[in-house]
Design a protein around this ligand. Structure first.
Ligand code: BG6
Length: 506
């Protein structure tokens, strides 16, 4: 079986395979998966011998299947190349059935044999679980029952598991156990779509392909790090899921921790999946567990009230969103202070914040350097030196900014805060992308570097467990505590103020 690694390959077509999407009628297929497959087809990065098998109960209805493709098409950016679109559509097959029905899996097996015959997909199957999480253990078990899970020298079987990967540490462990009963770890691709974002991947390249930053990337030079993932949207129609999850579960052990580990980890010895994941594991191992007594000081939760967004739109409170209980205690905002207790980062706080209904959609990692000694400026009108900041902008306007102090022209010494700014868009052509292209392409190539390993997923849950436990034992008393359109509750500002710091103004 061929495995390639991102560092040693030029982008070329993967070998033959069929992709089976479980839950193919859903939103993810329309918004992301089919558009991403189309984008890959246009770039000549899909296998020449390729097929999609959609598996969903609703697929017994032809109109529904047509509507699925029409809908997916509306999510494509730019002009649609009809030839490529038809090429992809012609490779679409389906199985209508329930995820816990053995007969349906028997039919799937038959269908895959036909697909192999028709499209030359060679018995290589990429299974994509885009279903409610309660089926994440069931589907692989059913696949195993009909001998579709085991791989051999001649063909591979890989399973992509969407988030959420568990609801807490225990359920993540349980899910890992269930998956590992029928699959090998190397067959499991736990997805985190943040790793599909170019700018997230760029954190590693920026840090390790440039000799000038790494020597100062440590506690001697860095005062603290701020990681922000701000969203302007509310929970919309996802109230049912969201009220059960909350922002901490929804965003922190996955997306924010990806940004944290990539920013904090030691250089891996290669881009091989396990070399990168071993380094991430060390960071998880070094995160200082938050003492239950400190949770209410180190972790801030918030829930949005009604408010006005910067564009003037009046929006409802979280508790007034569809499928949200009127007295919900679920958080829609989290701010956390974490310490990484290793030689590089001891005493350098990492402040994380994320929330819904904040003023704008914006994500960044901001490295705040220590202040220079002041002595030289004692006799000048300057009363405080600016600190240097290195900001890795993740979205929406991807880029990097380094700020520093410069002399304001004139007879007296005044310091202006200036910046050197790099915008991705100024240098690189953007391909239309959903963020799923690289992830799907990597799976087809057997490169798991951008996916979570089981132990990393568990370690991430372990790091947030003290907060989950204390929060569930002590329900919030002041919700809602921030207005939609503001930067979150006052306690989030207090979290940094207590340490003599403040959040960057975005
Ligand atoms: C998802 C969360 O994983 O990520 C959503 O479930 C969140 O609640 C989304 O809105 C954010 O992703 P992005 O790519 O828009 O930053």
């Amino acid at each position: 079986m061929m495995m390639t690694n991102r560092s040693d390959r030029k982008a070329s077509r993967p070998g033959p395979c069929a992709m089976v999407i479980f839950g193919a009628g859903g939103d993810l297929t329309r918004r992301k998966l089919l558009p991403a497959l189309y984008n890959l087809a246009v770039e000549r990065l899909l296998p020449e011998d390729f097929a999609i098998v959609g598996f969903a109960r609703s697929f017994d209805d032809e109109e529904y299947r047509n509507e699925l493709w029409q809908d997916a098409r509306t999510h494509l950016k730019g002009d649609v190349d009809e030839k490529e679109w038809d090429w992809l559509r012609d490779r679409f097959h389906y199985v209508a059935g329930n995820f816990n029905n053995p007969d349906a899996f028997g039919r799937l097996k038959k269908k895959l044999a036909e697909v192999d015959e028709k499209h030359g997909t060679g018995g290589n199957y990429l299974y994509y679980l885009s279903t409610p999480p309660r089926f994440f253990g069931e589907i692989p078990r059913q696949l195993d029952e009909v001998d579709l899970a085991r791989q051999s020298q001649d063909n591979w079987r890989r399973l992509v598991v969407e988030k959420p990967f568990g609801h807490d540490l225990d359920s993540a462990r349980q899910l890992n156990r269930e998956l590992l009963e029928v699959l090998d770890e190397s067959q499991i691709y736990r997805i985190d779509h943040y790793l599909g974002k170019e700018t997230v991947q760029n954190i590693l390249v920026f840090r390790f392909a440039n000799a000038i930053f790494e020597p100062i990337w440590n506690r001697r030079y860095i005062d603290h790090v701020q990681i922000t993932v701000a969203e302007s949207v509310g929970v919309g129609t996802r109230g049912g899921y969201y009220d059960d999850a909350g922002t901490l579960r929804d965003m922190v052990p996955n997306h924010l921790f990806q940004l944290l580990t990539l920013s904090a980890m030691e250089p891996p010895i290669s881009f091989e999946a396990d070399d990168v994941r071993n380094e991430k594991a060390k960071i998880f191992g070094a995160i200082k567990p938050i003492d239950p007594d400190d949770v209410l000081t180190y972790a801030v939760r918030g829930q949005y009230d009604e408010g006005t967004m910067p564009d003037g739109e009046k929006v409802p409170a979280y508790r007034a969103e569809p499928n949200v209980p009127k007295d919900s205690g679920t958080e829609t905002f989290v701010a956390l202070k974490l310490l990484i207790d290793n030689w590089r980062w001891a005493d350098v706080p990492f402040y994380l914040r994320t929330g819904k209904r904040l003023p704008r959609r914006y994500s960044e990692v901001a490295i705040q350097f220590k202040r220079a000694p002041f002595i030289l400026f004692r006799e000048t009108p300057v009363d405080q030196l600016p600190t240097n900041e290195l900001v890795l902008r993740i979205q929406p306007d991807e880029g990097i900014n380094l700020s520093f102090g410069a002399k304001v022209p004139g007879p007296s010494v005044q310091i202006g805060d200036v910046g050197m700014d790099f915008c991705n868009a100024d240098y690189f052509d953007g391909h239309p992308a959903t963020g799923y292209e690289t992830l799907l392409y990597d799976c087809m190539n057997g490169d798991a570097g951008l996916f979570q390993r089981g132990d990393n997923a568990e370690a991430a849950w372990a790091a947030v467990t003290p907060v989950l436990d204390v929060w569930s034992a002590l329900p919030p008393r002041d919700f809602p505590n921030y207005a939609a359109g503001s930067w979150g509750p006052e306690e989030a500002a207090e979290l940094l103020r207590r340490d003599g710091r403040r959040w960057r103004r975005l």
